[in-house]
Every structure is written in C-alpha cells, then in structure tokens.
Design a protein around this ligand. Structure first.
Ligand SMILES: C[S@@+](CC[C@H](N)C(=O)[O-])C[C@H]1O[C@@H](n2cnc3c(N)ncnc32)[C@H](O)[C@@H]1O
Length: 273
C-alpha cells in the first residue's frame, strides 16, 4: 500500500504495531498490510508453516457456515463481528448469492477495514449491507448503532458470526460476556457461529507464534475445548458440534493433505432456543 494513499484517507493507523487483520490479510495473499505485519507473518510462518493452511481453513469455514445458515435455515440477516479486510467472497456475496435480498451488518474496529467499508458494502441492489466502526468489547455501541437498528429486523432470526476474533480478547469472562450481550438482543431461532483459536493440536510452535504476535504488539489467546464450548452454553449446538474448522461439514473443496496439527481453530454453530 502506498503511503500517500494512507495519508489521503486520513487514517489514524499505528503502523509500528502488527495487527491481526493485516497479518491475516498478508498470509492470505492480500495487499493491505504494513512492514510490521509482514514481519509478524513471515516470522510466524517460519515458526509454524501451517499458519497459511490454518488461516485458509478458517476462511473456508466462514464460507460454509454462511451458505449453510442461508440455505439450510433460511437465515437472511447477518451480523459479522470482526469482519477483517475484504477477501472475496465476503459474507454478503455468499448469502446474497443464495438470496439477493439478504442483509449483512459488518463491524470491526480497524481503521483500515473502515477505509475498505465502501467496497465491502457493494452488495446487491435488493439486499443491504452496512458497516459499524466499533470495538466489540463494548457491544452496546454495536447494538445501539443506527446501522444495526436500521438494517436488522429483530423480529426475525439473525446469524451472528464471530470468526477468528475472540482470540484478541485475553480474559475468558470478558469474551463470553461480549458474545452473550449481543446474543441477548437477538430473537429465538437466531444462530451463533464462531471459530475459536486453540493450541491443543500443536502446542509447542503455537506458544512461539503467540510470543511473536505479542512481541510485535498483537494479542493472541488460545482456548481449550472446554472453554471454547462455554460460548455455546444454553444454545442448541448443531451437528457435528465443536470440531476443528476443517472438520465442520466439509464440502469436498478442502485442499488435500491438511493434518489436524495444521489447524489451530475450533468452530461450531448453535441455535438460540
Ligand atoms: C483474523 S481477522 C478475521 C476476519 C474474518 N472474520 C475471517 O475470519 O475471515 C480478525 C478481525 O477482528 C478485528 N478485531 C480485533 N479486535 C477487535 C475488537 N476489539 N473489536 C472489533 N473488531 C476487532 C480485527 O480488526 C480483524 O479485522
């Protein structure tokens, strides 16, 4: 990215610290990242070469989840917390392919994602996409935003997605509270879809990756299966339950040769009764 572009947008970016969205963008082959993000990405890849298939599997999980909720459960409204930098197909492209009238509210707290929000919001003419610039640690900001209130009809079920994001919240209780607080305002029949970082399948290199992220200014918290399951307490978890993301309803498009030790992410979907 050209420095001039960044200045022209008037972004308040800290380019001396790595950022999760931009490391992820770099590993997935995107261009929206800075030297510090590339450094974090390259160092982490050296420590744990599985980082790339791991991130690709996470993104593919999001695709399958979105399609599943739209086709199998008729969900037509989505709230995506921790959207990330646009990487086609984005959520609205998947669900508006199923039904062009589907509505998507995106939310993230990265100024670079905000700068891309216009591109993100180019959905179908029939459907709607909106963007909220908010920190998920304050769910009330999201819930009370005009884009949330004006886009989502809370008499109808909503698909709430938190994909590869709660590992940025260190404290388990805080992460659980954030998810619960958003879920509380959604009607019965809504779904929670999450992927949750775990080091249970390859702990030693992942501890080093975590130190590398921390060294360059980014948080990365791994959770075990029991803690990950707590996000779904009181909800009806859908088959196959909480599994590594590559094992969640694979659709035959997965790359060959992925091992369990390559995937540091649990994923699940559950219905709000
Ligand atoms: C690894 S990316 C995941 C993107 C996308 N959900 C996916 O899985 O493809 C995580 C995103 O969460 C966002 N994020 C991190 N902390 C956040 C916070 N406190 N509030 C809102 N968004 C946050 C980052 O800016 C980043 O865009």
């Amino acid at each position: 990215m050209e420095r001039r572009d960044e200045e022209a947008r008037g972004l308040d970016l800290r380019t001396d610290r790595a950022h999760g969205a931009r490391i992820y963008d770099y590993i997935l082959g995107g261009k929206d990242n800075f030297a510090v993000d590339r450094e974090a990405g390259e160092n982490s890849l050296k420590i744990w070469p599985s980082l790339k298939p791991h991130m690709q599997a996470n993104r593919a999980f999001m695709h399958r989840v979105a399609r599943y909720l739209a086709t199998e459960h008729g969900i037509r409204q989505f709230l995506d917390i921790g959207t990330g930098l646009p990487t086609p197909p984005n959520l609205h492209q998947i669900v508006q392919e199923v039904d062009p009238t589907a509505q998507v509210v995106y939310t993230d707290n990265d100024p670079l994602v905000l700068a891309h929000a216009r591109a993100l919001m180019l959905g179908t003419t029939e459907g709607r996409t909106a963007y909220i610039d908010a920190d998920m640690r304050d769910p009330q900001t999201i819930i009370s935003a005009p884009e949330f209130q004006g886009t989502l009809d809370l008499n109808k079920p909503v698909g709430l997605l938190l994909i590869a994001i709660v590992h940025f919240i260190e404290d388990d209780e805080e992460a659980l509270r954030v998810v619960r607080q958003v879920l509380d305002v959604l009607p019965s029949g809504s779904f929670l879809a999450m992927s949750i970082a775990t080091d249970e399948f390859d702990p030693i290199p992942l501890a080093q990756v975590q130190r590398e992220y921390n060294r360059l200014g980014e948080t990365l918290i791994f959770r075990n299966r029991d803690t990950a399951l707590r996000f779904f307490d009181g909800l009806e978890i859908v088959e196959p339950g909480l599994v590594q993301v590559h094992k969640w309803r694979p659709d035959g498009t997965e790359p060959e040769g992925v091992r369990d030790s390559d995937i540091a992410m649990y994923g699940a979907i559950a219905r709000k009764p």
